[in-house]
Design a protein around this ligand. Structure first.
Ligand code: ADP
Ligand code: MG
Length: 729
């Protein structure tokens, strides 16, 4: 086995960077060339069809069947021109990845042969035999029909030889089986709610788009080393492995110069991303060795979500061409930083105003404060479902592990805004303000500087931080589909804005002036949501105590966190807003529990196999070497000399035996715990069993294996070590 390890290391040492052919033209000249965007639509569609599609994009109106046929013909002609032979509906099922089933464009022709064909109905709707996708009981197998339907707001694209058409995926009963359906609903809900609130400040606002800029963290590992680690290729993370003597202590990787091999990889996937219109802009080394980040320029949220999913697929494919494997797991290596996906979120009006950006005038800034405070209030009221929206098995190693945001939801807004809110809280009273007070308040509000963007403290430990002109939700896992936290955030903020409007209007109806009504309600919200605001160090022990005192929840256990999906509080807001029905929430809860349980089950199995088939045999081999040595010494030397000489070996021999006994017993117990958990039918009872009874064995077993890795002859240790995986490139 060790030979596999050494062969892998040798392979890596002999690697040369894979050359990349740079496009001969400027990026702007090929950016989006494989996307059926508005320009190409104009070229390939009739004026009528084009107008219809644009209307449907802007207003969310259904596309007429007749028009769909014209669009299909145009889209196909464009795709064939770009070399496509197949097409697929591309969707986001609830297993967290994306799905595609390719069909050729041609159809059998009458009288034999084939003709190229692609009708409107194939564009607009399909019925994939997709009975194996998770549905949480929404589809029984005998009625397993699911439909995919075109989402014109995200443009079709050609990848390889395939025309990919972004679609939603719903059951024959209309229930959503994907992320996109509720995402679009949540975006529409927020659009409407935000437009209504904007009317207080700016009558010209007709449409509010959510903007999303995600930052994607990832690890790279050479494929030879990856292939020598069954835990990595089966679970995405290392289940054993002692930390490297040097890892990230010196912070010498963060923003360091990027090696040629890695840089070529980045350039290569960026070129592919540009062709698909993904505006990847930033690349840099992250904190942990072999950890990196890429970030695009923000886009409309639905498109940004699609782009993140496409990019993850691209990054994986391109990595293989460079003899790398890209790891999106939240915690592939113990002891060094894990990976997250920061979600930068804001709202943009049709007349170009970022609603979370302070402006030049008091009026603009009242609008800014309104959206800021309502967002804080929404996060306060719905922190549990926000926390649940990012709860996945991999993220459990990250949240609350003193290096990523804690599992406690809190909001950071920076000292300047904090004192602003404190002033508002003190100033505005329920009695009518004097004109002087009003002017003073307005003056103060007018003082929020535009340069806030550069001034906001960069608190990196907050899970939800205001960063000058947007909020950054940092608790999202690196492997996650960002739609899930986005659906939640959009919905709770929209719901909050509706509530705000209702309360302000009620005061106005009572004869209170608009401005004052707004301030009174904002003051109420500032007080009501105060406990969620935290400016200090989110990684510190003190915060855990302080948060408990404030009554904030701190759930690091996935099944426990997921309960928020079906709380009455959650159901009320999602049902009322029609983003997700109760049944859909119940289904999502079950699906996530199911996925969590299966992941833990796989990890437990893999760990058991590694211990029994690799680790213990290696230990025995080494112990035998030591035993032979001790025997030899005994033969050669007089008793008193031998005893002294053999002592260290004898100690190691017993240490190995002692630890083997613990490891072996723990693995047996873990298997028993798993078997017991498996007898439970109901996933809602089974998942907590896995989390409480199986998961604790992982650390216990690993502790002893990692200690043994340090004393066993390096020549026979079967798995690539941390120092090799993190530093050989
Ligand atoms: P940092 O690492 O300092 O947080 P990055 O430049 O890596 O900053 O990422 C910031 C992300 O925030 C980028 O994707 C950027 O496009 C995005 N962003 C900037 N302004 C907005 C906005 N108004 N709405 C949404 N995202 C935004
Ligand atoms: Mg960031």
């Amino acid at each position: 086995m060790a030979t596999i390890r050494f062969k892998a290391i040798e392979e890596v040492l002999n690697r040369k960077p894979v050359d990349v052919t740079l496009p001969s033209v400027k990026t702007s000249e090929y950016f989006g060339e494989n996307v059926f965007d508005k320009y190409k639509m104009q070229e390939y569609l009739s004026h009528e069809a084009y107008k219809n599609v644009v209307e449907s994009i802007n207003q969310g109106i259904r596309i007429d069947r007749k028009i769909a046929n014209q669009v299909a013909i145009g889209m196909k002609a464009w795709a064939v021109d770009r070399g496509a032979t197949h097409y697929t509906h591309w969707f986001h099922p609830l297993n967290g990845s994306t799905a595609e089933k390719h069909d050729a464009f041609f159809e059998p022709a009458e009288g034999g042969g084939v003709i190229e064909n692609f009708q409107g109905e194939m564009l607009v709707q399909q019925e994939p035999d997709a009975s194996s996708f998770p549905s949480g009981g929404i589809r029984n197998t005998f009625e397993a029909r699911g439909y995919t339907a075109w989402d014109p707001s995200s443009p079709a694209f050609v990848y390889g030889n395939t025309l990919c058409i972004p679609t939603i995926f719903v059951a024959y009963t209309g229930e959503a089986l994907d992320y996109k359906t509720p995402l679009i609903k949540s975006l529409n809900f927020l659009d409407k709610a935000a437009v209504d609130v904007c009317q207080y400040f700016d009558k010209d606002v007709e449409k509010v788009n959510v903007t999303l800029g995600w930052e994607q963290e990832y690890f790279l590992i050479d494929s030879a080393l990856y292939n020598a680690r069954p835990d990595l290729y089966l679970t995405g993370r290392t289940l054993i492995g002692h930390s490297s003597a040097k890892d990230q202590q010196l912070s010498d990787h963060y923003f360091g110069s990027i090696s040629d091999r890695v840089k070529n990889y980045m350039v290569d996937f960026e070129i592919e991303a540009y062709k698909l219109g993904i505006p990847v802009k930033t690349r840099h080394n992250e904190v942990a060795p072999n950890q990196f980040e890429c970030a695009p320029i923000f886009e409309e949220a639905n498109l940004a979500v699609d782009h993140n999913q496409i990019l993850m697929t691209l990054m994986d494919k391109v990595a293989r061409c460079h003899n790398f494997r890209v790891l999106f797991h939240e915690k592939p290596f113990k002891g060094v930083n894990g990976s997250g996906k920061h979600n930068n979120w804001s709202m943009l009006t049709n007349n170009g105003k970022n609603l979370l950006s302070p402006g030049k005038t008091p009026k603009n800034n009242t609008q800014f404060l309104t959206f800021l405070i309502n967002t804080v209030k929404a996060v306060h009221d719905y922190s549990d479902i926000l926390r649940a929206s990012v709860a996945i098995a991999g993220n459990e190693h990250r949240l609350g592990a003193h290096e990523a945001p804690p599992a406690i939801m809190s909001v950071f807004i920076g000292s300047q805004l904090s004192s602003m809110l404190d002033q508002l809280e003190k100033r505005v009273t329920n009695k009518k303000m004097t004109p002087d007070e009003k002017t003073e308040l307005k003056l103060d509000i007018g003082k929020i500087p535009e340069i806030l963007l550069d001034n906001t403290d960069r608190n990196r430990t907050s899970p939800f931080a205001f960063t000058g002109n947007r909020f950054e939700f940092r608790a999202v896992g690196s492997s996650a589909n960002v739609a899930s936290p986005m659906i939640t955030l959009n919905t709770v903020v929209a719901n909050q804005l509706v509530q705000f409007k209702k309360e302000v209007d009620a005061l106005i109806e009572k004869g209170i002036k608009k401005d004052e009504a707004i301030f009174q309600i904002l003051k109420k919200y500032i007080i009501a949501s105060k406990k969620i605001r935290f400016e200090g160090n989110g990684y510190g022990e003190d915060w855990i105590k302080e948060a408990a005192k404030r009554g904030l929840s701190n759930i690091s256990d996935v099944p426990e966190a997921l309960k928020a999906f079906i709380s009455k509080h959650t159901k009320d807001v999602f049902e009322k807003s029609q983003v997700l029905t109760n049944r859909e929430l119940e289904a999502r809860y079950d699906i996530r529990l199911e996925i969590y349980t299966k992941k833990i089950q796989i990890e437990a199995r893999v760990l058991g196999d590694l211990i029994r088939n690799h680790v213990i045999p290696t230990l025995i081999k080494y112990q035998n070497i030591l035993i032979a040595n001790v025997r030899g010494l005994k033969e050669l030397y007089p008793k008193d000399v031998y005893e002294k000489m053999a002592e260290p070996q004898l100690n190691t021999i017993s240490e190995i035996s002692e630890r083997i006994a613990i490891i072996k017993d723990s693995v047996d117990e873990m298997i028993e715990a798993r078997k017991k958990a498996n007898t439970i039918e109901n996933i809602r009872d089974k998942a907590p069993e896995y989390s409480k009874l199986v998961v604790p064995y992982f650390e216990k077993i690993r502790y002893h294996v990692d200690k043994l890795e340090l004393i066993v002859d390096d020549e026979i240790w079967p798995f690539p070590k941390y120092r090799e995986m993190l530093f050989t490139r």
